[in-house]
Design a protein around this ligand. Structure first.
Ligand SMILES: O=C(O)c1cnc2c(C(=O)O)cccc2c1O
Length: 448
């Protein structure tokens, strides 16, 4: 097969990782060229003749979304998959009613406080099917001046035999879709089945609402991550990594309990630290979440904090968490002022952070609702929300580790090693007033 000499577009240029950040309005353009893409560019005519698409998300501005499709594709059938109650059905129905080409699919949320966080696109072209898994709501604010993460699959060609990926991505994606039990998704289940996923080299890590047990225990949430790391990391002499550091980076935090052992370091870290062989060591967990100063000095100013919904009720009950927190800093991507809405988790080989063992980009924040909490003596995992993300493991790229000084190195979205909160640093809390210092727009923040 003739190798392309010059990749024709940003998506091909992002090979082999296909992990891009959203473009940022207001930074030097060359930082929007490398491994960065806009929603319009994702939906561009340059990728082929679109037949129909599906958009899974939490927040929708339908006018904004349609504007991002090329003119000639705006009347193609579009399926909107949203949370049935959280952002009330009515607003979606009202937004979509002027457009006969739009079909709506409410995701059932049977467990209280669950949300449909999943952000995913199915793009069916005449040449095949593309999957996009990302972290941005379908509203202008999410695509303008934030740091968002985007995985874009190759266009998977139609096939007569069931071509699966080495990572069982097709099977896992169909399992995920099945959980909606929605007739509006039957077309897409059939379509996914008919396409060749053999070129996909990432693992699917998803969450669906439910009390998963028995054969389903390791299918979703942090137990799926644990199982996948156990099965696919197969690093030789992996005991050398038992104490290597783990990073969690997110845009919101749930109620994690009265101390770290309640869930974070006992249950969640046990899954994150999994290697092919298990170990009793407890690696260092470093958490990245914006400080008030990160938000105040961001391109959006305090408004960025509207998308960082960590509330006072949770924060005041878990002051112990601050000891794990690190600042948002992304100078090497020119995005220290592009407030993070991306969520990522990774493990480094050591505290020099020159190589990483795995990388996950996902919709899942640091919460039990997203990742699940073990119940009934660890025999069932209770998850409230829909989440989806993709995991990179080195073997799938014929590597022992992802070496960062390499070229092309894995495009990590923030600076490593992460910078610990200083004593003056406070985590951003959305329902607190900040009136002592104006933000980058000269405004204060007074939620009352
Ligand atoms: O991206 C998301 O899935 C997501 C979910 N929830 C929220 C909330 C909230 O739930 O109160 C507030 C502000 C932003 C978000 C947000 O961006």
């Amino acid at each position: 097969v003739s190798k392309r000499l010059t990749p024709v577009n940003k998506i091909d240029q992002s090979e082999p990782y296909r992990f891009l950040l959203s473009t940022v309005h207001g930074i030097q353009d060359n930082y929007n060229q490398q491994n960065a893409i806009s929603l319009k560019e994702i939906l561009s005519v340059e990728h082929g003749q679109l037949i129909r698409s599906a958009q899974f998300n939490y927040m929708f501005d339908i006018e904004f979304l349609l504007e991002q499709y090329p003119l000639e594709f705006r009347l193609k059938p579009l399926l909107i998959v949203h949370g049935d109650s959280r952002h009330d059905n009515q607003s979606i129905k009202n937004q979509c009613s002027p457009y006969p080409q739009i079909e709506i699919c409410p995701a059932r949320l049977d467990i209280p406080f669950g949300t449909h966080h999943t952000k995913m696109m199915f793009l069916l072209y005449e040449t095949g099917l593309r999957i996009v898994i990302h972290t941005a709501n379908l509203i202008l604010q999410d695509w303008r001046q934030k740091t968002q993460g985007i995985w874009i699959s190759p266009i998977c060609p139609k096939t007569n035999d069931d071509r699966e990926s080495k990572t069982n991505f097709k099977k896992d994606l169909l399992e995920y879709i099945e959980r909606y039990r929605a007739r509006q998704l039957q077309f897409w289940q059939k379509t996914i089945n008919e396409h060749d996923f053999s070129s996909i080299n990432v693992h699917l890590i998803s969450s669906t609402p439910g009390r998963h047990t028995g054969p389903d225990l390791n299918k979703f949430g942090h137990l799926k991550l644990r199982q996948t790391l156990k099965n696919y990391l197969n690093l030789d002499k992996d005991e050398q990594y038992n104490s290597s550091p783990i990073i969690g980076q997110f845009s919101s935090i749930g109620s994690l309990g009265p101390n770290a052992n309640s869930w974070l370091t006992k249950e969640f870290l046990t899954s994150l630290k999994q290697l092919s062989s298990s170990s009793l060591e407890s690696p260092e967990l470093k958490l990245i979440y914006p400080t008030v100063e990160n938000v105040r000095t961001s391109l959006e100013g305090y408004m960025a904090g509207g998308s960082l919904p960590y509330n006072m009720q949770n924060a005041m009950r878990q002051t112990w968490l601050v000891n794990y927190l690190h600042r948002w800093k992304a100078d090497h991507r020119h995005r220290s002022q592009a407030s993070p809405h991306i969520k990522t988790y990774l493990r480094a080989t050591n505290d020099q952070f020159k190589d990483i063992l795995w990388f996950l980009v996902t919709s899942a924040n640091l919460s039990k609702a997203a990742w699940g909490v073990l119940e009934k003596n660890n025999t069932q995992l209770m998850i409230r929300s829909y989440e989806i993300g993709v995991l990179y493991t080195p073997k799938q790229f014929s590597k022992a580790t992802f070496s960062l000084p390499d070229s092309p190195s894995f495009p990590i979205p923030y600076d490593l090693p992460p910078v610990k909160y200083q004593t003056s640093d406070k985590p951003w809390i959305v329902d607190v007033a900040y009136k002592d210092k104006p933000d980058s727009h000269g405004n204060m923040w007074d939620p009352s």
